[in-house]
Design a protein around this ligand. Structure first.
Ligand code: AMP
Ligand code: ZN
Length: 468
């Protein structure tokens, strides 16, 4: 498989460090609010990478952190008058719910910054011992010029950076030896969460957590380090400096960065009023549609989010689901019989499509082309398959489309997807509609549930339901 490596700016053949094992580290969200639609892009893209590597037989160790100590979390906690941990715990739970709805597999480990403080302190100590860091008044800084490779990922020149910094002097940071130095540990401010350390009570800098957690849960060398392109500088550059200075080995073999998601062509921001959480979008569209939409573009291309584009993804996804439902029916009615010459051709074509799909995925995870191949298969199924075909042939095309969709995390079988709580809420809504003599809505709800295999029975004790 070829992967575009931000470090070398070329597509490179992916070769894991350790045989069949692949360690992936993806920078996760800061949990001070519901995750937004932009945060979902790296989650979906790199989950798809993980799924493809699993399909290829690799043993994937997927680590993605939650940043649960940060200025934004503290600000929110003060606004609500609660402890910062209450904010972070709440939004970790909510993020996990959203990720589940987006069909993002649970990470092998989801470390939290606040639970890794001793290891962070240990790495800072190592950096100080090696002359890569120093303490001033309770703050520990990384001595950027002590790391010769600084700037290698972002392609930035250290002297240009320094020149830029001289003009924008940051208040309160005059104590640094050099403007390029960044914080590893900062002293406690009143009302903020803090931990004891050799430099006094304080908390870690943001960049440090990823260096420490990837080392602990994957090792000194990571196969693939990923995140959104905004993280290339300074976050990933600083992670490299910390890790390579501390561990004396190359930090990550491949660096993957997704391009940004824009809204109607503009950067998403709260002030522009075009900021959407996944939770809000989920009220408008099933999150499966959002997943499909995200994968309909290559991850390194900017992606524009608009209702028109999402509607078109919704229609596309429905085409796949309809074809799958039709194939399932055909499969259930079909008989086992000898395959005809024409069917042998179909089976051959399926094999070709699988090869074409794999070639797209092998080319730096080209999910857009992979989806086109699925549509070619859907077209073949719609035009050539009926219940008159041999059961084995129908099964083959049905299972292959299902498998290829599953690698993209696209669920093609809707059965039992509906949760008990959703069913009960709909039944309640149906009762209210009946009371209000809105029988059209009541029937609509019954039909909707029936379509998902939920049968309602009106009894004297109330409405009972069962799954077909
Ligand atoms: P944050 O919580 O801002 O650190 O973001 C968590 C992850 O989401 C990082 O990998 C970011 O690069 C990514 N991200 C944030 N905004 C967007 C966006 N609009 N489009 C794509 N990725 C984003
Ligand atoms: Zn990170």
């Amino acid at each position: 498989m070829k992967i575009y490596n931000t470090m070398t700016r070329t597509k490179e053949e992916f070769v894991p460090i350790n045989g069949n094992k692949v360690g992936i580290y993806v920078c996760g969200p800061t949990v001070y609010d519901y995750i937004h639609i932009g945060n979902a892009r790296p989650m979906i893209v790199f989950d798809t990478l993980r799924r493809y590597l699993l399909y290829k037989g690799y043993d994937v160790n997927y680590v993605s952190n939650f940043t649960d100590v940060d200025d934004k979390i503290i600000k929110r906690a003060i606004e609500e008058g609660v402890a910062p941990s209450e904010i972070s715990e709440r939004y970790i739970l909510e993020a996990k719910k959203d990720m589940q709805e987006l069909n993002v597999l649970e990470a092998t480990t989801h470390p939290k910054a606040t639970e890794e403080i001793p290891d962070m302190i240990a790495m800072v100590e190592t950096l100080i011992e090696k002359g890569h860091a120093y303490e001033v008044n309770g703050t520990v800084y990384f001595r950027t010029r002590s790391f010769p490779g600084y700037g290698k990922l972002s392609g930035k020149n250290i002297d240009d950076l320094e020149a830029g910094h001289r003009e924008i002097k940051v208040a309160g940071q005059e104590e640094k030896e050099d403007f390029l130095d960044f914080v590893l540990w900062k002293p406690k401010k009143e009302g903020e969460p803090s931990w004891p350390s050799p430099w006094g009570e304080g908390r870690p800098g943001w960049h440090l957590e990823c260096s420490v957690m990837s080392k602990k849960y994957i090792g000194d060398i990571i196969d693939i380090h990923a995140g959104g392109e905004d993280l290339i500088f300074p976050h990933h550059e600083n992670e490299i400096a910390q890790s390579e200075a501390a561990n004396d080995v190359e930090f990550a073999k491949y660096w993957m960065h997704n391009a940004f998601l824009k809204i109607d062509g503009e950067k998403m921001s709260k002030s522009l009023g075009n900021f959407f959480t996944i939770r809000d979008i989920g009220k408008k569209y099933p999150l499966q549609v959002i997943r499909f939409f995200m994968l309909s573009a290559h991850y390194r291309s900017p992606l524009n989010f608009s209702d028109t584009l999402v509607e078109s993804s919704k229609a596309s996804l429905e085409r796949i689901l309809n074809a799958m439902a039709r194939l399932e029916d055909a499969m259930n009615c079909a008989e086992e019989k000898e395959t005809t010459e024409e069917e042998k051709e179909i089976l051959l074509k399926i094999k070709e499509y699988v090869a074409k799909y794999e070639a797209a995925m092998e080319d730096d995870l080209n999910t857009a082309d992979a989806i086109s191949v699925i549509f070619e298969m859907v077209k073949l199924a719609n035009s050539s398959i009926t219940s008159n075909n041999a059961k084995s042939v129908i099964t083959e095309i049905y299972e292959t489309i299902g498998k290829l969709c599953d690698i993209l995390g696209i669920i093609t079988k809707v059965e039992n997807e509906i949760l008990d709580s959703d069913i009960e809420a709909l039944i309640e809504e149906r009762q209210a509609a009946r009371k209000a003599r809105n029988f059209a809505r009541a029937d609509e709800i019954r039909d909707m549930l029936a379509a998902q295999g939920i049968l309602l029975e009106d009894t004297r004790e109330g409405v009972k339901w069962k799954r077909k």
